[in-house]
Ligand binder design. Structure first.
Ligand code: PLP
Length: 455
């Protein structure tokens, strides 16, 4: 069996890899949902990296669009110029002003998008004469990126721990909306939502409602917990609390957005709209590094009426080549009706996972929306007790799956001090029914092999 990473580097590497003990194999190509490794082995990209590759690999239309744009203009600094791909992409994303979102700000990735979202909310407070609004409320089970502001917002304890002294005290955290672990026995969904809303209200009161700039959350939690949608009514309750206290609602759809859950925006399934939204990953589908902040009209108007400039910026804002790639990705999704495939294949994936793992002793939950699904592994199903984190079950599953030609995205989430194991699947929107079946078949074998290998 091939190991996921080679213990002894096949050749020296000067790349600072994630692991300093092993160099991963080289990817040399790809087609559809498949990645090709040096030597010719093909691996299913069952989570699109980290929910990135929404169109799979080497899509001919995106490759052609990049080639066209590269021959014309790659980069022009936004201090002097705008460019057609950025203008057209903004029109594509917010031209119809979905939910009041009126303008788009293009950055190079998800963390940059979250940083910009946080700063926009702060600047909105200043521009509207509310300088006391310096506080942000987030949730304990969440991931918003690895830069210091985004990391401060996140609730992923393991990723935060080494940098705790550098993180911002402006962020406080409330409970996640995570029914599998958070809903009490006998408590119905409405009562659970009411309890979470009461806790958020109490946090506003503790901070002083006039001191809070924004609440930030992922509509469907991705990396930290594994595809966790909120219970029905949760985001309506959150929206109402933010409105009551004059705070903005920032939704981080870096992972769950751009069609991943079956609607272009995950918030469209919640009956609300954000004031500021962060997107990335599926925006460019991995063809170029790009993220964006979508901003409600009232926020951009407040800045336009006030100082007239967003006090922020990066070198690669509105990068022409990145915007051209993202524009073509979004056009392909729209013109080929791929969200219908996300819904249909997402239902098939849920069904196949339920068939394979529904009675599995160590699979406690199978959840998600669209092509954003996860299984959660537990030692004891009845008590929902996770495995000992020292066993690193999720890492074992990753290794067993990769050995079987399946790249998936297992994680060890941290929720209020409890660390559990999950496997996140996010295949490309072009995935075929038989490919869904193959993903579940290989995952089933990998999970059983990993469990059998536990000490
Ligand atoms: N926000 C969420 C919800 C994410 O899942 C991620 C990345 O996984 C980020 C932000 C950070 O994005 P990036 O890794 O592109 O900086």
């Amino acid at each position: 069996m091939t190991a996921a990473v080679t213990e002894a580097p096949p050749r020296p590497s000067r790349v600072l890899h994630r692991s300093s003990r092993a160099v991963p194999p080289r990817a040399i190509g790809g087609h559809g949902i498949w990645l090709v490794e040096e030597g010719g082995r093909e691996v299913i990209d069952a989570s699109g990296g980290a929910a990135v590759s929404c169109l799979g690999h080497q899509h001919p239309r995106i490759v052609a669009a990049i080639q066209r744009q590269a021959g014309q203009l790659c980069y022009a600094h936004t201090g002097f110029f705008t460019n057609a791909p950025a203008e057209d992409l903004a029109e594509e994303l917010v031209g119809a002003e979905p939910g009041g979102l009126a303008q788009a700000y293009f950055v190079a990735g998800g963390s940059e998008a979250v940083e910009a979202a946080i700063k926009l909310a702060r600047q909105y407070a200043i521009e509207t004469g509310q300088p006391a609004r310096t506080r942000f409320i987030a949730r304990r089970q969440s991931y918003h990126g690895n830069t210091l502001g985004a990391l401060s917002a996140g609730g992923n304890a393991a990723r935060k721990a080494p940098y705790a002294p550098l993180l911002s005290p402006a962020f406080s955290h409330v409970s996640p909306a995570f029914a599998y672990h958070g809903q009490h026995p006998g408590e119905d969904e409405a009562a659970y939502v009411a309890r979470l809303a009461d806790e958020l209200e109490a946090e506003f009161q503790r901070l002083g409602p006039g001191n809070v700039a924004a609440f930030i959350a992922e509509p469907v939690v991705g990396a930290t917990a594994g595809c966790v949608p909120a219970p029905a009514g949760y985001f309506r309750a959150v929206r109402a609390i933010c409105d009551r206290h004059g705070a903005l609602l920032i939704l981080d759809e870096v992972m769950s957005g751009m069609g991943r859950t079956g609607t272009l925006h995950a918030w469209q399934q919640e009956g609300i709209a954000p004031d500021i939204q962060a997107i990335a990953k599926g925006l460019g589908g991995g063809y170029q590094p790009i993220g964006a902040v979508l901003v409600a009209g009232r926020v951009v108007e407040a800045i336009a009426r006030g100082s007239g400039a967003f006090q922020h910026g990066h070198t690669y804002l509105s990068h022409a080549l990145a915007c051209a790639a993202a524009l073509e990705v979004q056009r392909v999704i729209r013109e080929e009706g791929l969200l219908e495939n996300v819904v249909a294949m997402g239902e098939r994936l849920q069904r196949r996972l339920a068939e394979r793992f529904g009675n599995h002793h160590h699979v406690g939950d199978i959840r998600g929306r669209g092509l954003f699904r996860a299984i959660e592994l537990v030692e004891d199903r009845a008590g929902r007790r996770p495995f000992d984190p020292a066993l690193t079950l999720h890492a074992r599953i990753k290794q067993e799956a990769f050995a079987r030609g399946l790249a998936c995205y297992p994680g060890g989430g941290t929720l209020d001090g409890v660390r559990g194991d999950h496997v996140l699947l996010a295949p490309p929107y072009i995935v075929a029914p038989e490919e869904i079946d193959l993903i579940v078949e290989r995952l089933g074998e990998a999970v059983d092999a990993a469990l059998a290998g536990l000490p």
